[in-house]
Design a protein around this ligand. Structure first.
Ligand code: SAH
Ligand code: SF4
Length: 403
């Protein structure tokens, strides 16, 4: 591993470690600065630092912002509202990057998955899920995840690093490139919703996720409403209030169990922030009301968390904290080596009915893109799978040499 690398991934330190990661962006080999993922103020400052006077910097920052986030421009010579004489100078100093696409797959159900590679060789994924009335992009916040939930494939990845603001915004830019969605239009969009439910725990990469979503929500650019963005957390309680205040998007919470014993086992962060503390933080989440409910995600694991009494307890807890809530029941998506089974469809229905009869919406989510490993919890980059295959091959070679 290159120890000089400022974004170097680190070994997963343990079950529930918050892993603070420095925000430094790895400089490009050609010395150019990537303008993607900078705030408006940062953009202006970058232009000032590069030698423009304040008046020019302000004007050019505004124009660049519009070109990058409204028109989707990546080449300076395509930015026709910027004086031609500036194009060469911009080219010499800056780039507008996109993540590198290693693989793009399309499922039989129309779900698309992209495997992306960062300049340091780390891979991450994003998934686009088209529906009749909406199109949802499932965005990653980290390479891997430190939290190690027992049913989640991402949690088994050996290495973890935070994605930069540019890498997070880059996912949305790339999806819009692929969908042909430039310039930004208020109506008729294919990509209408964003969920921070890809790889990683977004609240462990708070600053970058916040800054990226602020760019996505900015009215002069992509202009996606905060009502169409959902951030999912496994329960990083101390960061939830800030998420509500500083980002203001919808909140989803990966609850998955209603007793300490079971949640401790399947969502290990529960040993640090327990269920009651988590639900209190949900009740305190800024801006929550009946029109903006909290979504509780509940992965249905056979004979683990799917009994009738679990459903009743879930209702009791939601009532106790007076939470405007809905429950998303996600049938467990198995992966090779996982130690759980998917609940029986009858039991999922029973569970859903119990919650629904208590007046709480509890739809069962149909898994999407299973054939391309794009469903919830299946994200684990194929580069890692390949490296394991590579290891197997090496092991076989070794054995052959010995034999
Ligand atoms: N780290 C965040 C967001 C990413 S996970 C979180 O945990 O909330 C997105 C959702 O998929 C979470 O609710 C997660 O618990 C769920 N999930 C993970 N593995 C799964 C699997 N194998 N089957 C079904 N859902 C899974
Ligand atoms: Fe991380 Fe979420 Fe997977 Fe848990 S479910 S390991 S928090 S990505």
């Amino acid at each position: 591993m290159d120890s000089l690398h400022s974004q170097a991934p680190m070994a997963r330190p343990g079950h529930i470690d918050p892993v603070p990661v420095p925000r430094v962006v790895t400089p490009r080999a050609d010395g150019k600065i990537d303008l993607l993922g900078r705030s408006k103020d940062e953009l202006k400052q970058i232009l000032l630092d590069a030698g423009l006077d304040i008046k020019q910097a302000k004007l050019r920052a505004k124009q660049l912002w519009h070109q990058i986030y409204n028109r989707g421009a990546t080449q300076f010579d395509a930015m026709t509202d910027i004086a031609k004489s500036m194009h060469g100078w911009l080219d010499d100093h800056f780039v507008v990057e996109r993540p590198e696409v290693i693989e793009a797959q399309v499922s039989v159900d129309g779900t698309r998955k992209w495997l992306l590679r960062a300049p340091d060789g780390e891979d991450y994924e994003m998934v686009f899920i088209p529906d009749a009335d909406r199109g949802t992009l499932c965005v990653s916040s980290q390479v891997g995840c430190t939290l190690n939930c027992r049913f989640c494939h991402t949690g088994t990845m050996r290495l973890v690093r935070n994605l930069t603001t540019s890498e997070i915004v880059g996912q949305i830019m790339l999806a819009r490139d692929a969908l042909g969605e430039w310039p930004s239009q208020p109506e008729g969009r294919l990509l209408t919703n964003i969920v921070m439910m890809g790889m990683g725990e977004p609240l462990y990469n708070f600053d970058n996720v916040r800054d990226a979503l602020k760019i996505v929500m900015d009215g002069d650019g992509i202009a996606l409403s905060k009502r169409r963005i959902t951030l999912s957390t496994s329960g990083v309680v101390p960061m939830m209030e800030r998420a509500g205040r500083e980002i203001g998007v919808n909140l989803a919470v990966s609850l998955h169990a209603v007793t300490k014993e079971i949640r401790d086992e399947i969502v290990p962060i529960n040993r640090k922030y327990g269920i009651e503390e988590l639900l209190q933080a949900c009740a305190d989440y800024p801006g929550v009301n009946n029109a903006r409910r909290i979504t509780f995600e509940y992965v249905m694991l056979k004979d683990k968390n799917d009994r009738d009494e679990d459903a009743h307890e879930l209702v009791r807890l939601i009532r106790k904290y007076k939470l405007p809530a809905k429950v998303n029941l996600i049938p467990f998506n198995p992966w090779e080596g996982s130690c759980y089974e998917t609940s029986l469809p009858e039991q999922v229905r029973r569970f859903s009915n119990i919650v629904f009869n208590a007046g709480i919406s509890a739809p069962v989510r149909t898994p999407r893109g299973r054939d391309i490993d794009a469903a919830c919890g299946q994200l684990k980059t194929s580069s890692e799978k390949k490296s394991r295959a590579e290891l197997d091959r090496l092991a076989e070679e070794k054995l052959a040499a010995l034999g």
